[in-house]
Design a protein around this ligand. Sequence first.
Ligand code: SF4
Length: 250
Amino acid sequence: MAQSNIEWTELTWNPTTGCTKISAGCKFCYAEVMARRLKAMGLDKYRNGFKLAIHEDALDIPFSWSGSKIVFVNSMSDLFHKDVPLDFIKKVFKVMNETPQHTYQVLTKRADLLLQYDKELNWTANIWMGVSIEDEKVKARVDFLRETSAKVKFLSCEPLIGPLKDLDLSNIDWVIVGGESGRKPRPMKAEWVLDIKAQCREHKVAFFFKQWGGTNKKKAGRLLKGKTYDEMPKKKRRPIHQSSNVSMII
Ligand code: SF4
């Protein structure tokens, strides 16, 4: 378990680590950079660096948390990566099913495998399922997500690297938008963000603007036309506790 400084969650939980790149949004994968760093620091969990690894011993962690947490599952991996066995995904779901006091946010770029496994999984209301959509080329991921039995469905449009016109937001509860940060971030145009916000308004979908990104993301901030947008899905139970002082520990 690790506290997170991601604006839309509280904790991260990584029952798998490592991944392989699948689309343009992966170009400057934060998890890859972090995994290499953690390996260099000698963390046993990251001895394989960014190579996909299954961590059976991480499965019990949510049972040890007190209170009710909002948890980003696999910030350092993709649970629906083709090399994660379905049996292990079922184990992760079982833990989430048995800890209904916590809300879990699962995010994938493998929307086709997600739908393929959908009927095998127990979608309790505390599991929010999301797909990443960074540009038009991968827009079809939302159609796979829509077909799943997840009770709360969301899109993470981050890093947004192109316009996303005419998104089909039917049966979608929440959209997060954010720009890329790092040393050579690809720019995000304000008109793309405003267009997604307008689409959310039209379809009554919660809109969360995470950040502009850029080489100095703190300075660029997260105001959109002078306002912050921290909307959450209606089924959410309480506001997210945001701490500016916690580091992203894995
Ligand atoms: S899917 Fe996610 S974790 Fe995997 S390489 Fe792409 S950005 Fe990184």
